[in-house]
Write a protein that binds this ligand. Structure first.
Ligand code: ADP
Ligand code: MG
Length: 389
């Protein structure tokens, strides 16, 4: 991993070396962390992610011959494809992301006759597979670059949908639009309040900087083989719960509906439903609390979110529970697992002066429990995708 000043020269130098010319420009997009709102996206609900200070940079220049070439510090080879051959067929390997976004932008009405070929080279300091969405970072970097180079003038919402379309159709991952929205709409010291039904995105100041708060990521590095099955199973439970309750999606239920849900649904489905209903409310409460009371007051909502995922949605694992409990006991304002569950990372909202203490306590607790050492680092809510000049 390179530090954030290096990724710009790595992208530029890599481009020069690979293609023997200068890039037209550099564009970049960040990874993201979900502050609160888990598994609510596919229930038409609310999520509240922020863009982080880890980015993917693309150096890019158009070509006259209709050929696309992509290279990355991740890969020795350069992958090649003609613009006119772009298709939704699954493409194996990492080039599915850039080729997929190019294809997806064409699906949104970009004129194929003005869509030139291009050379692109990527460098990144977003950790891959740590739940920080390096995939949305590469997609959004390509989307903003081509938006400019192809003269598309699409808004961020359309660019986010293109990234999602690429990930769903070309990469083959059935993800929602949260990651791309966070990566595109992010602002410094702010999070993106996203309504997954209307796709309205609102940037909400977090005020972490003024309050002296930081987000500590605790990556347990646990990944469970049943994560995919667990995800599908939770989605199915949510769909079954909505159908049994006679609503289009669980977004249409609120706390007042829970007594009826308890009488209509079996215990497991009821608890899945209760997580979604209460989690949506916690996202709304987090946004309101930030506005009215400031960031130190949201800790209880983060803690409650974790309990709901552990006990009702049952997607936590002992490592995540230990990370959260230890962070809470050693000075965090609040903590929760983040991401799809069955492994991955927890986040803790921690006063700056206590970050080292919390981190040490978590490492010690993991060692005591006989767990592999977690990866820990802080992230700052940062600017979304942009052109770099
Ligand atoms: P994540 O949680 O990090 O998004 P994914 O599996 O969704 O994990 O996406 C990671 C994949 O995205 C990598 O395996 C790789 O194929 C691709 N990727 C991400 N960043 C880059 C990059 N800078 N260069 C090449 N491929 C990348
Ligand atoms: Mg991803």
């Amino acid at each position: 991993m390179t530090d954030s000043t290096d990724i710009y020269s790595a992208a530029r130098d890599g481009f020069r070396e690979r293609y023997g010319r200068e890039p037209l420009g550099l564009w970049s997009a960040p990874g993201r962390v979900n502050l609160i709102g888990e598994h609510t996206d596919y229930n038409d609900g609310f999520v509240f992610p922020f863009a982080i200070d880890r980015r993917t940079v693309v150096a890019l220049a158009p070509r006259e011959d209709g050929v696309i070439r992509v290279g990355s510090t991740f890969a020795a080879d350069t992958e090649e494809m003609a613009v006119e051959s772009l298709s939704p067929d699954r493409i194996a390997g990492w080039s599915a992301y850039p080729f997929g976004v190019a294809w997806a932008l064409l699906q949104h009405g970009a004129d194929a006759s003005t869509a030139t070929g291009f050379d692109a080279y990527f460098a990144s300091d977003v950790p891959v597979g740590a739940g920080l969405s390096s995939s949305a970072a590469i997609e959004s970097a390509v989307a903003v670059a081509l938006n400019e180079v192809w003269g598309l003038e699409y808004n961020k919402r359309t660019l986010a949908r293109a990234g999602q379309l690429a990930e769903n159709q070309v990469v083959g991952a059935p993800t929602g639009i949260m990651d791309q929205s966070a990566s595109l709409f992010g602002k410094q010291d702010a999070a993106v309040f996203l309504d997954c039904r209307s796709l309205d995105a609102e940037v909400i100041p977090l005020g972490f900087e003024g309050a002296g708060l930081e987000i500590l990521i605790i990556d347990t590095k646990v990944s469970h083989s049943h994560a995919d099955g667990g995800y599908k199973d939770r989605r199915a439970s949510c769909e079954a719960g909505a159908a049994a309750m006679g609503v289009e999606s669980l977004r249409d239920l609120d706390a007042d509906d829970l007594p009826r849900a308890e009488s209509v649904l079996d215990d497991v489905t009821f608890r899945r439903v209760r997580h979604i209903v209460t989690e949506n409310q916690r996202v709304l409460d987090t946004v309101r609390t930030l506005r009215e009371e400031g960031p130190r007051a949201i800790g209880g909502l983060l803690d409650a979110s974790h309990v709901s995922m552990r006990d009702d949605f049952e997607i936590s694992v002992p490592e995540l529970d230990l990370a959260v409990a230890t962070a809470q006991a050693s000075g965090a304002v609040g903590a929760r697992m983040t991401g799809g569950g069955f492994g991955g990372a927890a986040i803790a909202l921690v006063p700056s002066e206590l970050v080292a203490d919390v981190s040490r306590a978590v490492s010690a607790a993991f060692a005591d429990a006989g767990y592999a050492a977690p990866d820990q680092f802080t992230v700052r809510p940062s600017e979304g995708a942009r052109a770099e000049r």
